[in-house]
Design a protein. Structure first.
Length: 453
């Protein structure tokens, strides 16, 4: 294919002045191949049906679905600009690069700007207070129709070549090691004349369990100790003398608010006990989770699995929030009651092994525990997925000093923001002397947790 022959159009308002998209020369369409750059929310929403069909037909994970990205943008994209690149072959949507423009402003001056994946880090999030700087989405990437990878990557790199001089960097965060970016896009950048340079850094690790064809095969794949524990915890969810917990799931949508509330309460208690304010101390994270769980539950893609003592007062002592998508389960969140009375009986393990048994019987191939180095994840994983961070720059533009300083500044302010949130959490409604003591205990628990992990 002759890459000099394609056209670029925009959906929504013109791109920001620095891009000057109209200065990128129009090209004659080759085989009706076209790039559309979507910069406004109306264009994003107009893409919904095509995006859904493409995601289902493509090799995608839950974080590339339209629903996930649209809800993420609603809660975390305040005052940022979309830069969604849609590649069409004729009238067929062949691929999407779901990007947005991120920037850092100091003293009223923009000192750094980049393109990032939707679901990624936001340098200076606006709106309600937000601690987070790591991506909320665990795997990020493009959505490409099978068989169109070659044309998509050639066109997306040509687009990067056209626009990269207007950005300090193009950052592709949390790229799965299974993504075709690794074996198709990177070799193109290395071998072809796109005038692009790049760096690859290690990003997050995600432990996964690759499931066997039967429960017995799975058990036989474990060592003796783990096999014994798997059987023991699984029996605690079954009928008979060994039963310790009932496992409950939602029967109707009107039960969802109660399950959400129970989960958030348990999750917050866990992290507070470890010396952290907890994810859901931030109202925006809470709102995002509520909307994601409402939307995905309505589509029968999300479940709340809850452990209740078989002999007790119907108290929920553990909750797993799990998403099902394309023969893969995602352990989105967990919440546990850390009262020793319950903890020693392992309600989290009971939930997990009961769900693994069910998944194997349903023919599920992967149970993805997502990011994190929690002990139970590392112990149970059959594979650790290592994500990558790919940083693309202009091959001609020297790396400036100011962007590097700006990123160091953002790293420092991120740590300050986190500690301020912890102080706010501890001091809320407490007398000063009691709050100081409480904060000291908070720090001790956090140090202890980090030393053990």
């Amino acid at each position: 294919m002759n890459l000099k022959n394609y056209s670029i159009s925009t959906i929504g308002n013109d791109l920001p002045d620095q891009l000057q998209i109209n200065d990128i020369r129009k090209r004659l369409v080759d085989d009706h191949t076209e790039i559309k750059i979507i910069t406004e929310i109306e264009g994003f929403e107009a893409l919904e049906q095509e995006w859904k069909e493409l995601a289902w037909a493509s090799d995608t994970l839950i974080f590339q679905t339209y629903e996930w990205n649209r809800i993420w943008w609603k809660h975390f994209g305040a005052n940022k600009n979309l830069h969604i690149v849609a590649v069409y072959k004729g009238n067929k949507l062949a691929g999407i690069a779901p990007l947005f423009e991120d920037d850092i402003t100091l003293f009223g001056r923009k000192v750094y700007t980049c393109l990032r994946f939707l679901g990624s880090y936001v340098s200076q999030p606006e709106g309600e207070p937000l601690i987070g700087s790591i991506p909320y989405s665990d795997y990020l990437g493009y959505i490409i129709y099978p068989g169109y990878e070659k044309i998509f990557y050639k066109l997306i790199l040509q687009h990067f070549k056209e626009v990269v001089s207007y950005f300090d960097e193009i950052i592709l965060d949390e790229v799965s090691e299974e993504s075709s970016i690794n074996d198709k896009m990177i070799p193109l950048m290395a071998n072809c004349n796109y005038d692009l340079s790049y760096e690859i850094e290690q990003a997050s690790s995600s432990p996964v369990i690759q499931l066997s064809s039967s429960w017995n095969s799975y058990l036989n794949s474990l060592n003796v100790k783990d096999r014994y524990n798997a059987r023991r915890y699984y029996k605690r969810s079954k009928q008979g003398k060994a039963k310790v917990f009932n496992i409950e799931k939602l029967n109707h949508a009107n039960e969802l608010p109660g399950a959400q509330s129970d989960f958030i309460r348990l999750h917050q208690q866990q992290w507070n006990n470890r010396g952290f304010a907890g994810t859901f101390s931030e109202q925006r994270m809470r709102n995002f989770f509520m909307e994601i769980s409402n939307s995905f539950y309505e589509k029968d893609l999300l479940e709340f699995s809850m452990a209740v003592p078989a002999e007790g007062d119907d108290k929920i002592v553990a909750v797993d929030v799990i998403i099902t998508y394309k023969n893969r389960l995602y352990l989105l969140h967990r919440g546990m009651d850390e009262d020793p009375l319950y903890r020693k009986k392992g309600p989290g393990n009971v939930l997990l092994f009961a769900r693994l048994n069910e998944a194997i019987n349903d023919g599920v191939k992967v149970f993805d525990m997502l990011r994190g180095s929690e002990e139970f994840k590392l112990r149970m994983a059959t594979k650790i997925n290592q994500n990558k961070k790919i940083i693309v720059r202009s091959g001609f533009k020297p790396r400036g000093l100011l962007p590097g300083l700006a990123k160091k500044y953002m790293k420092l302010t991120h740590h300050i923001r986190i500690e301020k949130s912890h102080l706010k959490f501890v001091f809320k409604g407490e007398p000063i002397f009691k709050a100081v003591t409480k904060y000291s205990q908070f720090l001790q628990r956090r140090i202890k947790h980090k030393l053990h992990n």
